[in-house]
Design a protein around this ligand. Structure first.
Ligand code: ATP
Ligand code: MG
Length: 291
């Protein structure tokens, strides 16, 4: 496994004093493709010249660094203990994508001490000018930790597959975020489908139940990623599918997704910097502790 050198030849980032976009990729059920989606979306955005940081907040086994062919020496644990700086723990992936590696045990933001929180805040704040996208690969389910990341992110991408349990678990996640945390908007990405018809069916199934029981919630259809054996092959090659098989349908779909996501959002942004994102995480926790 090799660490990729920082890309010198990439076009300059299209960032022009625009705030960082913080997106979480999440799901009710595990194993629906979040980590693969984050890796491939990040690399596709990176190839387009955007500056992307992945925060691996996934406690599962298929970690982002494996999929990107990276072998981190350090992780967030070393940052929080003060042994390393953020710059020292980040790993350079393909197309200039940087990864903040996970460490099981220290992922629970709720368990961080004040000094650790401050460290995270100040270190990440320095990155604000050097970033277009922060993509968060969350664990599955509705644990507090997943909620923190999902609430702090500006946009949430809920990944769903046609499996009935994936749909019911996605609904359960959305329900908690709407009823307990007042979230009103979700991007929905359908994974592992044969084509657009099946994807639309899954989307309709999920959103019609949500519309019926949760009232006014906005769902943005973000398209679909086809079920494709090449994705599994690329995982075995430890190379994102968009680099291993750039001409495949699945890679084209990641390009469409990246195009859709990188389109400027309409309306004013009031919550655009990393500091705000982290403060929001910590505030949520603070409020929960008081409750
Ligand atoms: N579109 C697809 N076509 C075929 N296989 C896929 C597709 N998407 C994901 N997979 C496979 O499904 C498995 C689970 O993917 P992945 O690890 O990305 O899911 P996850 O949601 O991150 O899981 P976890 O909840 O454990 O973190 C992997 O073996 C992956 O290669
Ligand atoms: Mg994962």
């Amino acid at each position: 496994m090799v660490e990729h050198p920082p890309s010198q030849t990439r076009p300059r980032s299209p960032k022009a004093a625009r705030p960082v976009r913080v997106l979480s990729v999440t799901s009710g059920k595990g194993g629906v493709g979040k980590t693969n989606i984050v890796a491939n979306l990040a690399v596709t955005l990176g190839r387009a010249g955007y500056k992307v940081l992945i925060w691996d907040a996934d406690l599962g086994l298929a970690n982002i660094d494996v999929i990107l062919g990276l072998k981190p020496d350090y992780n967030i644990h070393h940052l929080l203990t003060g042994e390393k700086t953020l710059a020292e723990i980040l790993v350079n992936g393909p197309e200039g994508v940087r990864v903040m590696p996970a460490s099981s045990g220290v992922q629970e933001l709720s368990r961080l001490g004040e000094a650790q929180k401050m460290r995270l805040l100040t270190e990440l704040d320095d990155f604000d000018d050097d970033l277009d996208f922060l993509l968060i690969d969350t664990s599955a389910g509705i644990s507090d930790n997943v909620m923190y990341f999902n609430l702090a992110a500006q946009e949430r991408i809920v990944v769903v597959t046609p499996e009935p349990t994936s749909i019911t678990d996605a609904y359960a996640l959305i329900k908690v975020m709407v009823t307990r945390f007042g979230q009103k908007r979700f991007g929905i990405l359908i994974n592992m489908v044969a084509g657009p018809k099946e994807a639309k069916n899954v989307f309709t199934l999920l959103t019609s139940v949500a519309d019926k029981h949760l009232g006014s919630v906005a769902f943005d259809y973000l398209g679909f990623i086809p079920r494709d054996e090449r994705l599994l092959q690329s995982v075995r090659m430890q190379k994102p599918v968009v680099l291993a098989f750039p001409e495949s349908d699945v890679s084209r779909k990641f390009q469409e997704l990246a195009n859709l996501i990188s389109r400027p959002k309409e309306g004013p942004r009031v919550d655009g910097n990393l500091m705000f994102f982290l403060k929001r995480v910590l505030k949520i926790e603070h409020e929960q502790r008081r409750a």
